[in-house]
Design a protein. Sequence first.
Length: 376
Amino acid sequence: MAQASYSPGLEGVIATTTSISYLDTEHEQIVLRGYDLIELARTKRYTEVAYLTLYGHLPSAAELAGFEGQLREHAELPGEVYRLLDLLPRRMHVMDAQRTVLSFLAGLEDPESLKDTSVEANLRRGVRVLAQMPAVTANAYRALRGLPRVRPDPSLGFSEGFLYMLLGSRPDPDAVRVFDLTLVCYIEHEMPNSTFAARVIASTLSDLYGAVVGAAASLKGPLHGGANEAVAHMLLDILRHGGADAAEAYVVERLRRGERIMGFGHRVYMRRYDPRALLMREFVPQLAARRPEGEELVRIHQTVERVMHREKGLYPNADYPAGLIYYLLGIPIELYTPIFLVSRTAGLVAHVVEQHAHNRLFRPRVLYEGPRGLRP
Ligand SMILES: CC(C)(COP(=O)(O)OP(=O)(O)OC[C@H]1O[C@@H](n2cnc3c(N)ncnc32)[C@H](O)[C@@H]1OP(=O)(O)O)[C@@H](O)C(=O)NCCC(=O)NCCS
């Protein structure tokens, strides 16, 4: 074995080669299949970028129509899933419900065909999972809250239909546009913990469902996707305790106690602005009037950002504006990280496809610090 070096948290370690995406911090760009993700978010909708992520090129009009048709066709859930949702413990987090349903969906497939890890089989399976995720997510939430089911509406596009199911009512076009943009921002981001988890699982030639389930468990954590929910809770906490005028003292006190402010910092960007956060931030002011406390929350949001930069030199990551945007759109907070997972499913599927196509088992080593030579 070549002499290995140790990097805590695998910081800076190259885990794999990939043709999917790359954080080019030097040029402040997130490269997705050769394109700048921010430019894609400004000009394309989620389904177009999902197609690009999965198939490696932007779709022609016919390819997009076919892809959107498939997403529509598979959007409804098998009846057994609704029965499963009724059995979920009411205190369960929606993300845990998502991964439970994903495991259940795997169980509905023929065990033999699940072993097929070819590109075609993975893409077929992956598109079906992506199509089902909005209904899984909205209905898991609704079942946990004792609300009636909402069925996918085939007359609506992917993002509009998803937002409709999350809200339980028809969203307006402005809301759909911003929501769609956040989904593009979340779609794929190189090698975060969840994607790494998915690739580690896929590298045993385990199936796509297992890889996405593992990624969901990773994404739930507050140091990762869970941060968007933590951001909304923090903003509301500040609102209840003095509002924008109290925001500065709130942040300073938390930092003094050694606490982290969620939505700031990033392993790769750390002392730079996350390009996705910069983009999403643009859309915050136009949403403020949607809720009575919106303007005040926006002021709190701006103050916390200013103080974090002054005190710690840290910038927001994508979860910072996303948490506020989803709140202003009227989406219940416990759905924010599950929404992230729905969007990221496209990226995860692409990574599982790539891992299976050029597989080598992940199996790192350790620096052993325990005792030796003990006798039983
Ligand atoms: C994302 C994150 C886990 C990256 O962590 P990391 O690369 O392991 O960096 P570290 O945890 O070693 O942090 C480095 C330094 O920055 C500080 N720091 C990083 N993020 C911070 C935050 N959000 N609030 C306060 N301090 C923070 C750490 O305290 C540490 O300071 P120190 O060197 O004085 O001890 C970290 O920035 C964080 O916890 N952020 C908040 C959660 C979040 O928003 N996650 C979503 C990421 S997309």
